[in-house]
Write a protein that binds this ligand. Structure first.
Ligand code: SF4
Ligand code: SF4
Length: 144
């Protein structure tokens, strides 16, 4: 009997090694933006106001290793509960896999490079404003 090979990103999230888990991230940076929940509808409003540790030029965290200590609101996705996934963008690889959906063709694991994320208009690179530079009451002015 032949063994069927399954790409790691097609396995369920709880089957992934830590290394595979990290590779699943498409690096879009969208989860590092401030967001709001509409109390009436439950709708999540995404903004381009970036966490203070977000590096806009690299589209990455400045201190990923220590992020959970430095930014209390930054959650370890491996500990996510069901309700947390709704806070992620619909294009997020973790949300897609959590929902049993395939990755988009622009995902670096399929395209072979990170530029496809930028080309698909998914990356936050070059579009963000730091939360340190805008008063919180104005954050909704930067909705996506
Ligand atoms: S939204 Fe998802 S895929 Fe994009 S950077 Fe955040 S964790 Fe990675
Ligand atoms: S601490 Fe880093 S990973 Fe967490 S939200 Fe901020 S920039 Fe993103």
């Amino acid at each position: 009997m032949n063994e069927v090979m399954v790409n790691f990103w097609e396995k369920s999230l709880d089957m992934l090694t830590q290394s595979e888990w990290e590779k699943l991230c498409d690096g879009c940076g969208q989860c590092c933006m401030q967001k709001f929940e509409d109390e009436d509808t439950g709708e999540i409003l995404h903004t381009r106001i970036a966490c203070r540790l977000f590096d806009d030029g690299r589209c990455a965290c400045r201190d990923y290793e220590h992020r959970l200590l430095r930014v209390p609101e930054c959650l370890d996705m491996r500990t996510f509960q069901v309700e947390h996934y709704a806070w992620l963008p619909e294009t997020c690889a973790y949300r897609l896999r959590f929902e049993g959906k395939p990755l988009f063709a622009w995902h670096p694991l399929l395209s072979g490079g990170r530029e496809s994320v930028q080309e698909a208009g998914i990356s936050m690179r070059g579009q963000t404003v730091s939360e340190d530079d805008v008063p919180e009451k104005e954050w909704l002015n930067y909705s996506l």
